[in-house]
Write a protein that binds this ligand. Structure first.
Ligand code: PLP
Length: 356
């Protein structure tokens, strides 16, 4: 190990949750990782401490102008009980892409990876082992300098917290009902759509609330300029299987470059499936649907892995996808990605990283 972190263990360990009733991000482990940044000094004072409240100045910049970012990945135990992470290097790469956009100082790759490994290792008994469960790892950075001027903070806090999670959707991998958002938009080119930041989420809450009130689990976002092309589903990347080919929105600055998205594209290509990262007009999707050519729609993200869409509503048009059932490509992707994550399938791409 290149870095030394101080460790203060909790004197008050909590009871582990019942693996059958785990939700998403509702319970937290005994420890957390913290690291400070100060202009002129860089990132310093990496430490593991008991999980608990942070003390911050009410003038901390994050509370006022939202300078912050976050990441998400999962830790698992393989069949030999070894602790593994899935593609953590991609999270670090994305962290620094986000940081550059948000005027947050970059963080060295090995420092972030070692921080994640160290805190996961300390709380590894919290990794649930039941099918569909994992230890969700949430790194984040907040601007902590007390200051009401609008400018980048000179002080930051990087933290990693851990949460044992069950399946993301209560119904498990059951197909969801989605509608196409016509009023609100999520991102435009030149904005922050590609950055993993709270601001993008806060701005999308109202749309999600309306969707829930109307009985839908998420919305499908269209591009913010013409409201014509499909982009993301809620906070996940969107994939469409049409004529046995797979199409997903290109990375042009408005969608989040999902790590699951990248894994899905790599797997599909390795199976010989054609994947096109191209714009898809919602009107064309409806036309293909009417012609009986739309086979599957699914969303991808760390939390749910693969989330098939059973019904998609656009204006007055309702598309029933694969009779509301999980399609073969969605199922195979889910089985293969979770199989690799859990060490039950061959890791051809070298995606799994050992913690211990
Ligand atoms: C995190 C996120 C995703 C999924 O990314 P993964 O790396 O696959 O978890 C997709 N869209 C948005 C907006 C996100 O924040």
């Amino acid at each position: 190990m290149k870095y030394q972190f101080s460790v203060t263990k909790t004197t008050n360990p909590k009871a582990k949750p019942d693996p059958d009733t785990l939700g998403f991000g509702a319970q937290f482990t005994d420890h957390m990782f913290l690291l400070d940044y100060k202009e002129g000094k860089g990132w310093h004072n990496g430490r593991i401490v008991p999980y608990g409240p942070l003390e911050l100045d009410p003038a901390a910049l994050v509370f006022h102008y939202g300078q912050e970012m976050f990441e998400g990945l999962k830790a698992y135990k393989d069949p030999n009980g070894k602790v593994v992470l899935f593609r953590p290097d991609k999270n670090v790469e994305r962290t620094n892409n986000t940081n550059r956009r948000m005027c947050i100082p970059e963080i060295e790759k090995d420092l972030m990876i070692e921080a994640i490994k160290a805190v996961v290792e300390i709380d590894k008994d919290w990794i649930p082992e039941k099918e569909g469960t994992a230890l969700y790892v949430r790194p984040f950075i907040i601007a902590t300098e007390p200051c009401l001027s609008v400018r980048p903070s000179k002080e930051f806090l990087f933290a990693v917290i851990l949460s044992p999670v069950g399946p993301y959707y209560k119904e498990g991998m059951a197909p969801t009902k989605i509608y196409v958002e016509q009023d609100f938009i999520r991102a435009v080119k030149g904005g922050t759509g590609f950055a993993k930041i709270g601001g993008n989420y806060a701005g999308a809450l109202l749309s999600q609330e309306v969707a829930h009130e109307e009985g839908y689990s998420q919305v499908l976002w269209l591009d913010g300029v013409e409201k014509k092309y499909v982009e993301e589903i809620g906070t996940s990347n969107a994939f469409f299987v049409i004529d046995n080919e797979v199409i997903t929105a290109p990375l042009e600055g408005t969608i989040l470059p999902g790590i699951t998205r990248d894994s899905v594209i790599n797997l599909l290509k390795s199976w010989g499936v054609t994947v096109r990262e191209e714009r898809l007009a919602i009107a064309d999707l409806w036309k293909y649907y009417e012609q009986g050519r739309v086979q599957e729609i699914f969303a991808t993200g760390t939390a749910a892995v693969i989330s098939p869409v059973g019904e998609l509503k656009w204006l007055d048009h309702v598309m029933n996808i694969n009779n509301g059932e999980i399609g073969p490509i969605s199922q195979r992707l889910y089985d293969e990605i979770t199989g690799i994550q859990l060490g039950k399938m061959e890791d051809k791409f070298g995606w799994v990283v050992h913690v211990d």
